[in-house]
Design a protein around this ligand. Structure first.
Ligand SMILES: C[S@@+](CC[C@H](N)C(=O)[O-])C[C@H]1O[C@@H](n2cnc3c(N)ncnc32)[C@H](O)[C@@H]1O
Length: 266
């Protein structure tokens, strides 16, 4: 079944942060927890900032939505994280999570898992504090615009990450490549890009609303990143076991994690 393109205005009106978190990241029933993706992503982020030594002054987390897991390792290697997301509700939810407000989605087990990966004896509370202090601000961002953070003009960052954002934000493969180039304009030459996407899916559900996704395979992602002026440092595809009920909630057969270094502006 085809899904009509759900653009940024649909996200602003209809994307419910709590439903998204419960459906995909609930510690017991979350789809991305049960299929192993979350542990895969935590390991890849950990390796990025340790084995691959990615670090610097500023990292921009594009399309962070209401999730924080993608920043838990990064906050040890960057002086500043800037959250850049389209919807007001997601920015608010993300900020409330940083402040660990009562009733907010509970990331404790995920924070503990990252502390265990790091093996430095950091406590969950210390990690929460570190992340809260490292995220200096959240700003509005639209990846379909040539300057995604307009009207702001930011100094170029050392790292840009987009976790499950571009597939969700883009209408087709051409607009995906444009959006990749748009977020690349936020990054220094020599800086690092981290892209995480689902493969071969056209939709995902959040709280009774079907959202569109651009369908592509890993070759497309590899080509799009290389053609945007990057050298790929690490690329891994994580397959998802077939389960009819779960595939009816979101249709991807795997996820892809890519770490790349920017060689030039195109
Ligand atoms: C599938 S969610 C991903 C959330 C989170 N990063 C994660 O890893 O689960 C897609 C996110 O992209 C954001 N988004 C959609 N269109 C966008 C646009 N044009 N510019 C920036 N963000 C957008 C949505 O608001 C949402 O937070």
């Amino acid at each position: 079944m085809a899904t009509d393109y759900t653009g940024a205005d649909v996200y602003q009106k209809e994307f419910d942060p709590r439903s998204y978190l419960e459906t995909y990241y609930n510690p017991k029933s979350g789809l991305l927890v049960k299929d192993g993706y979350l542990n895969f992503a935590l390991k890849k982020y950990h390796e990025t900032f340790t084995v691959h030594g990615v670090k610097g002054e500023t990292l921009i987390d594009v399309g962070h939505g209401p999730t924080i897991y993608q920043d838990l390792s990064a906050c040890e290697s960057f002086r500043e994280i800037i959250g850049a997301e389209y919807t007001d509700r997601n920015r608010e939810y993300y900020e409330k999570t940083l402040r660990n407000e009562p009733g907010i989605f509970d990331w404790t087990s995920v924070i503990q898992a990252v502390c265990d990966l790091e093996g430095k004896g950091t406590t969950v509370e210390e990690k929460r504090e570190k992340l809260k202090n490292t995220v200096k601000k959240t700003i509005k961002c639209d990846v379909t615009k040539s300057n995604p953070v307009a009207p702001l003009v930011l100094p170029k960052a050392d790292c840009v990450m987009a976790n499950f954002c571009l597939d969700a934000a883009c209408k087709d493969l051409d607009s995906y490549c444009n959006a990749l180039n748009n977020i690349s304009s936020l990054l220094k030459v020599g800086g690092h890009l981290i892209i995480v996407e689902v493969l071969n899916s056209t939709f995902y559900w959040v709280g009774g609303k079907r959202f569109s996704s651009v369908a592509h395979n890993d070759d497309f992602i590899r080509g799009a990143i290389t053609n945007t002026g990057y050298a790929i440092i690490d690329l891994e595809v994580f397959p998802r076991k077939y389960d009819e009920e779960q595939y009816n909630i979101c249709g991807h057969d795997s996820t892809i994690f890519v770490l790349a270094r920017k060689l030039r502006d195109i």
